[in-house]
Design a protein around this ligand. Structure first.
Ligand code: IMP
Ligand code: MG
Length: 191
């Protein structure tokens, strides 16, 4: 079969509808810094990283390899009920932790904190389980739409303006999680 009529393969990473906000190199440098900071803070403690599926999977994979300490990982999956376009703050646990966190130091790992409703509820749920400490690391902090103003975030990769971003685990309708950078969809109508 001739290849002559075959169009070039469409590529996702050089999609012209994406503007790069943080490159792969910039992200790697920041994760290395965060890992060093976390390793210093948790030295000698029993650390459990709790990834919130699915968005945090890429951040968690990179962050854990930047933390030079003995640690374990676990995952939770939650769904926020949306009241129209606004997150209502009701959270349903779709997948709970595999192991107890009693006596452990828990670091919840998120992709992005937006309104803060999901995380606030998640921290309430985990707060009743006897952990020695529970803190929060997010790759991105988008403070402008924050409803839960008192949500304390202990580790932040980058603070971003109020734009919808994709890549590095973050999706738009399930797509773009595999981008190695953080980008902005230029024309959302052609998602
Ligand atoms: P909230 O803080 O309860 O509003 O919910 C945060 C969740 O909304 C995140 O975990 C993401 O799943 C999603 N989210 C918020 N902002 C963005 C964005 O800019 N891109 C992709 N997902 C986002
Ligand atoms: Mg999420």
């Amino acid at each position: 079969m001739s290849n002559e009529s075959v169009r070039p393969a469409a590529t996702e990473f050089s999609n012209p509808n994406l503007r790069v906000m943080y490159s792969q190199e910039v992200i790697a440098a920041r994760i290395a810094e965060l890992g060093r900071e976390i390793a210093a803070d948790y030295a000698g403690k029993e650390l459990v990283l709790v990834g919130v599926l699915k968005g945090s999977c890429v951040f968690l994979a990179d962050l854990m390899r930047a933390i030079d300490l003995p640690l374990t990982i676990d995952f939770m999956s939650v769904s926020s009920y949306k009241d129209g376009t606004v997150s209502s703050g009701d959270v349903e646990i779709l997948k709970d932790l595999s192991n107890p966190i009693r006596g452990k130091h828990v670091l919840v790992v998120e992709d992005i904190v937006d309104t803060g409703l999901t995380l606030t509820r998640l921290l309430e749920i985990l707060g009743s389980r006897g952990a020695d400490s529970i803190r929060l690391a997010t790759f991105l902090d988008k403070p402008e739409p924050r409803i839960k103003k008192d949500l304390k975030i202990d580790y932040i990769g980058f603070t971003i303006p109020n734009e919808f971003v994709v890549g590095y685990g973050l999706d738009a309708a399930g797509r773009y999680r595999n981008l190695p950078f953080i980008g902005v969809v230029i024309d959302p109508s052609v998602i």
